[in-house]
Design a protein around this ligand. Structure first.
Ligand code: ADP
Length: 746
C-alpha cells in the first residue's frame, strides 16, 4: 500500500455540500413550490413519519399535514425572511399518534427544504428555560475587560448553556491555520488550550460552510448516515445543495477526525467578523448529545453577540498595540537625538528596534558596518543578503514571512530568519535596517496528535482517510515565520523616515559647521593678506636703510659691525621672501578658480622647460608618459602644482644618477597623478608635517633653500580642485607625491 498526503487543494474540492446524506436525528424533505410536491426525502421517513420514501415521493405535502396546517405553512413561506419563523410547529399524525416536530425551512436553488426534528421542549418551556441563561451570558460578556477575558467568558457561558464536556474558542490566523485561545472543559480531559492546528484541519470549503451556516450539530458521530432519495433532485437533475441544511451529514473524514479525538457529539458555532469567519466555538462531548433547535439558536445568538464584542475588543487591542508601537517609536527617536551616534540610540537601551516590530533579531547596516542585535544570521550571510537586497529592492521597504521563497539561501538560517522586514535608509550606500523572525515551527505549540489530516490510500475505491497532521502542517509552515502585522510595517517605515530626518539634520549641522569654518578661513586669509601686505612696507624700509648704512657708513664700522649689518640685510631679505609666500598663499584663498579645459601635457612641458637649466645641469632623467589626460582645471594654479612638485623632486636629490617620473594611474577615478623621484626621501613621521606652512626639514642653506610654503600652496590648490595630496616615501631612496583631482577625464 502506497500512502501519500493529499494536497489540501484536492481535499477542498470534495463537494461536502453535495454529499447526498443526512444525519439520522431528523427527516429531510426537498419540496417543489408552489405545489408543495415532495421531490426528495431522507431514507428514514418510515421511522419518523410512518411513510416509506416511495410513498412520499412526488406526493403533495398534504399527505403529512391537514389543509389548515398547509395554509399556515404557506403563510410562513410567503414571508420575506423565511428563516425568522423557524422553528415551525409541525404536528404530524404518525399511525394513531400525534407527534410534534420542530420544522426548519430554508430555500436552496429555489427548492424548499423542510427539515423535521421531533420536538423535545414545548415552545414556552424552551423560551423560559433559556432566556435567563442568555440574558446572564450577555451581561457577563459585556463585563469582559479584554479579548482573552471575553473569549474565556464566552466558552464558559456556552458550556453552561449546552452542557458539553469541552468548549473551545478557535481563532483563525491570516494564513488559514488556527489556534485554541480559550477553553472550558471537564477537569479530567486533556487541555488543548494554546495549541495550533494546520489549515487542513478545517479546510477552506468547510470554513465557507461555517460562514453561511452559523451552527452545526452532530449529535452522534457514530450514527449511521441516511441516504437522500433520489440522489439527484429531479427538478434540477443534480443533487440538492445542502450548504444550509442542518441535517446534512458531515464528511466521512471529518467524522473520522472527531472519532480520533474521542468526540461523540459536536456543536460548532461560527464567530464572524467583517463578514469573514474569525473563529469558531467548538463544543465536544465524549458521548452522544442532542440539543434542541432552541438551544442551538440561543448559542447562535450568543455567538453573534460575542462576534460584535470580539470585533470591538480586537480593534481596541489593535489600537492599543498601535499606541504601544508609537510609544516605542517615540522613545527610539528620542534616544537617537540624544546619542551622538544615532545607531547607538537604536540598540543600546532597554527599548530597542526589536520592540518596534516584535522581531527576534535585527542588523543595522551602515557605512559598511553590520551592527547585530538579538538572534541574527552570521555576518557573512548578512553581507550576502544585503548584497541581494541592494540588487533587488527598489522600494523603501520590503517584508516577507517566507524569505526562502525570494532568497533560497535563507534555508541555511531558517531557524533565525524565515521572516525578513527591511527598510532602506540609503540604497546607494547599502544602508539598511533588517529585522528577522524565526521559523514559525520554532515559535508555536502545535496540536499534532490526536488531530489528523488526510492521506489517500490508493485502492480501487479511493477514499479519504485521516492521518497525523503534524508532518503535513510542518510542510505548510516550513520556512515561514509569523506574518508581519500592518501596524508593525508602518512603524518600521516611520522609523526609517525619522532616521533619515536625523541623518539630514546631522548633515545640516555639518554644513553649518563647514560654513563657519569657511568663514573663519576666509577671515584668516584676509588677515594674512592684509598683515603681510602691511608688513612689507616697514620691512622694505629696514632693508633699504640697512643698505644705505652699509653703503654710506660701512667704512666707519669694524669687520664685526659690517658682518652684523650684512646678516641684518640677509634676514630682512628672507623675511620678505616669507612674507611674499604668505601673501601668495593668502591670495590663493581669496581668488576663485578659473576652470578651463586643460591639456595637462602642455602644463607639464612648460614646467619642464621652466626648470630645464637645473635639469640639464644635473643631468636628470625625466620620465614622462606619452600623454597625460585633458581635464578641467585652473591652468595657472595647476602649473604651479607641477612646477613646485617637480622643483622639489629636483632639489631634494643628492644621488649621482637622478631621475624623476611623472605620470598618472590609468583608469583611476577620480584621476590620480604622481611625481616620483629617487631623491633623499622623507621619514614617515614627516609625511603630514611637510604640508604645514613654513615647515622645512633642512637648514636654510641646504638643498638650495626655500621658504617651506611650496607644498602648502600645492595642497591648497589641489584641495580647491576638490582633491587631496599625500606622500609615500622611503627615507634615503626617494619619494612619490600623489594627488587626485575631482572631475572626469575630458
Ligand atoms: P621648500 O621646498 O620651500 O622647503 P616645500 O613646502 O616645498 O618647501 O617642502 C617642505 C619640505 O618638504 C622641504 O623643506 C623638504 O624637506 C621636504 N620635501 C619636499 N619635497 C621633497 C622631495 N621630493 N623629497 C624629499 N623631501 C622633500
Amino acid at each position: 500500500m502506497n500512502n501519500h498526503l493529499l494536497p489540501i487543494s484536492e481535499y477542498e474540492a470534495e463537494p461536502i455540500k453535495f454529499i447526498g446524506f443526512t444525519q439520522p436525528h431528523g427527516v429531510f424533505l426537498a419540496i417543489a413550490e408552489p405545489e408543495l410536491t415532495i421531490l426528495q426525502v431522507s431514507n428514514n421517513t418510515l421511522h419518523f413519519l410512518g411513510f416509506a420514501p416511495e410513498d412520499l415521493l412526488n406526493q403533495p405535502l398534504s399527505i403529512l399535514i391537514d389543509n389548515e396546517q398547509i395554509n399556515i405553512f404557506r403563510d410562513y413561506l410567503s414571508q420575506q425572511d423565511l428563516q425568522s419563523s423557524n422553528p415551525i410547529e409541525f404536528p404530524i399524525k404518525v399511525g394513531d399518534k400525534n407527534i410534534n416536530f420542530d420544522g426548519v425551512i430554508h430555500r436552496s436553488d429555489n427548492i424548499l427544504i423542510l427539515e423535521l426534528e421531533p420536538t423535545v421542549l414545548d415552545k414556552n418551556q424552551g423560551f423560559f428555560k433559556f432566556y435567563p441563561l442568555i440574558k446572564l451570558a450577555v451581561s457577563q460578556l459585556k463585563g469582559a475587560n479584554n479579548l482573552p477575558d471575553l473569549c474565556q467568558i464566552l466558552a464558559k457561558e456556552v458550556r453552561k448553556i449546552t452542557g458539553f464536556d469541552r468548549v473551545m474558542l478557535y481563532k483563525f490566523d491570516d494564513d488559514g491555520h488556527g489556534s485554541v485561545i480559550a477553553e472550558e472543559k471537564l477537569e479530567s480531559l486533556e487541555s488543548y488550550l494554546g495549541l495550533h492546528y494546520p489549515e487542513s484541519d478545517i479546510p477552506r470549503v468547510a470554513r465557507e460552510l461555517f460562514t453561511s451556516n452559523y451552527t452545526r450539530l452532530i449529535p452522534d458521530t457514530s450514527a449511521e448516515l441516511i441516504e437522500i432519495i433520489p440522489y439527484n433532485n429531479p427538478l434540477i437533475n443534480q443533487p440538492t445543495d445542502l450548504t444550509n441544511s442542518m441535517l446534512r451529514s458531515a464528511a466521512p473524514c471529518h467524522i473520522q477526525y472527531l472519532h480520533n479525538m474521542g468526540v461523540g457529539a459536536s456543536l460548532t458555532i461560527s464567530l464572524i467578523k467583517d463578514q469573514k469567519l474569525w473563529g469558531l466555538i467548538a463544543c465536544h462531548h465524549q458521548s452522544q448529545k442532542y440539543l434542541p433547535y432552541e438551544i442551538r439558536s440561543a448559542c447562535e445568538i450568543l455567538g453573534q453577540m460575542a462576534s460584535l464584542e470580539l470585533a470591538n475588543k480586537e480593534d481596541n487591542e489593535d489600537s492599543q498595540y498601535k499606541i504601544y508601537l508609537a510609544s516605542i517609536q517615540a522613545k527610539l527617536v528620542e534616544y537617537m537625538s540624544i546619542d551622538k551616534n544615532f545607531i547607538g540610540g537604536l540598540i543600546n537601551n532597554e527599548i530597542n528596534i526589536l520592540n518596534l516590530v516584535n522581531a527576534q533579531g535585527a542588523v543595522i547596516c551602515f557605512d559598511g558596518e553590520y551592527i547585530p542585535l538579538g538572534n541574527t544570521p552570521k555576518q557573512k550571510d548578512i553581507q550576502k543578503l544585503v548584497q541581494w537586497i541592494s540588487e533587488n529592492l527598489q522600494e523603501a521597504i520590503f517584508y516577507t514571512n517566507n524569505l526562502y521563497h525570494f532568497y533560497p539561501d535563507a534555508e541555511k538560517f531558517q531557524d533565525l530568519a524565515s521572516g525578513l522586514l527591511v527598510v532602506s535608509i540609503s540604497r546607494s550606500q547599502k544602508n539598511y535596517i533588517l529585522w528577522f523572525r524565526p521559523e514559525v515551527l520554532q515559535t508555536v505549540d502545535w496540536g499534532g496528535n490526536p488531530y489528523q489530516s488526510l492521506e489517500i490510500i490508493e485502492q480501487e475505491d479511493i477514499q479519504l482517510l485521516p492521518r497525523k497532521s503534524f508532518e503535513l502542517w510542518k510542510e505548510i509552515v516550513q520556512l515561514k515565520s509569523l506574518p508581519w502585522k500592518s501596524c508593525e510595517i508602518s512603524a518600521a517605515l516611520e522609523l526609517r523616515n525619522s532616521i533619515i530626518g536625523v541623518i539630514l539634520r546631522k548633515v545640516d549641522e555639518l554644513e553649518l559647521l563647514n560654513r563657519d569654518l569657511e568663514r573663519s578661513n576666509n577671515e584668516l586669509d584676509s588677515f594674512a593678506y592684509i598683515a603681510s601686505h602691511d608688513l612689507k612696507e616697514p620691512l622694505r624700509g629696514i632693508h633699504n636703510y640697512s643698505n644705505f648704512l652699509i653703503e654710506d657708513y660701512g667704512e666707519t664700522l669694524n669687520e664685526d659691525g659690517q658682518s652684523k649689518l650684512r646678516t641684518l640685510i640677509r634676514l630682512t631679505q628672507r623675511m620678505e621672501d616669507l612674507i611674499d609666500s604668505l601673501l601668495h598663499f593668502a591670495r590663493l584663498g581669496r581668488i576663485d578658480l578659473s576652470m578651463q579645459q586643460t591639456d595637462l601635457n602642455k602644463i607639464l612641458h612648460n614646467s619642464i622647460d621652466l626648470l630645464s637649466p637645473r635639469i640639464e645641469q644635473e643631468k636628470i632623467e625625466i620620465r614622462i608618459p606619452k600623454s597625460l589626460p585633458k581635464i578641467s582645471c585652473d591652468r595657472i594654479q595647476m602649473s604651479e602644482v607641477f612646477n613646485n612638485l617637480i622643483a622639489n623632486a629636483i632639489k631634494y636629490n643628492d644621488k649621482d644618477k637622478k631621475w624623476i617620473e611623472i605620470g598618472y594611474i590609468k583608469d583611476s577615478n577620480p584621476l590620480q597623478f604622481y611625481i616620483k623621484d629617487n631623491g633623499i626621501g622623507i621619514k614617515n613621521k614627516h609625511f603630514d608635517t611637510i604640508f604645514r606652512i613654513f615647515k622645512r626639514l633642512h637648514g636654510p642653506n641646504k638643498y638650495g633653500g626655500g621658504t617651506g610654503a611650496g607644498l602648502t600652496i600645492v595642497q591648497k590648490i589641489v584641495q580647491k580642485h576638490g582633491g587631496k595630496i599625500w606622500v609615500e616615501s622611503t627615507y634615503g631612496e626617494g619619494s612619490t607625491f600623489y594627488f587626485i583631482l575631482q572631475g572626469d577625464e575630458l
